[in-house]
Design a protein around this ligand. Structure first.
Ligand code: DAT
Ligand code: MG
Length: 151
């Protein structure tokens, strides 16, 4: 079941620009299940760890500052192939290359303020979920609509 979970975060610009509702709505409409959700001011320490793979990139410090410039909404979504589909729903890293219909294609213009984060693989999803959430904060439950979404 862990392979069916992804970590999604609405970045500070997305929260300030009131895109939380629509992002949640699109994941819900698609058929994914919300199992974790919190509004929080992320510490630089957490963000440095979160973006550890980019630690040697020139944009790393700016990225960590941007991500700590206001609260983020951290979420865990569950469903079949949710990591891959979540990335498709997000669009490309650079909003210029993101198609309309994707969050980045619809909501933003530059890479440095690209509204949303989503795990890029099942392994990063597992790492990011355990970094941002305690096990007790995740609500596993039987979804009443599952039989209408899955065979
Ligand atoms: P993604 O968020 O699509 O997974 P990533 O993991 O490669 O992209 O990079 C993390 C974030 O860092 C990305 O959302 C925006 C920023 N970023 C990436 N590449 C950048 C670059 N070349 N210049 C400035 N910011 C960049
Ligand atoms: Mg990434």
């Amino acid at each position: 079941i862990a392979a069916r979970r992804t970590f999604i975060a609405v970045k500070p610009d997305g929260v300030q620009r009131r895109r939380v509702g629509e992002i949640v709505q699109r994941f819900e409409k698609k058929g994914f299940k919300l199992v974790g959700f919190k509004l929080m001011q992320a510490s630089k320490e957490l963000l440095r760890e979160h973006y550890w793979e980019h630690r040697n990139r020139p944009f790393y410090n700016k990225l960590v500052s941007y991500m700590s410039s206001g609260p983020v909404v951290a979420m865990v979504w569950q469903g079949l192939d949710v990591v891959k589909t979540g990335r498709k729903m997000m669009g490309q890293t650079n909003p210029t290359n993101s198609l309309p219909g994707t969050f980045r294609g619809d909501f933003c213009v530059i890479m440095g303020k690209n509204v949303i984060h989503g795990s890029d693989s099942v392994e990063s999803a597992q790492r990011e979920i355990s970094l941002w959430f305690k096990e007790s904060e995740l609500c596993e439950r039987e979804g009443c609509s599952a039989k209408w979404i899955y065979e």
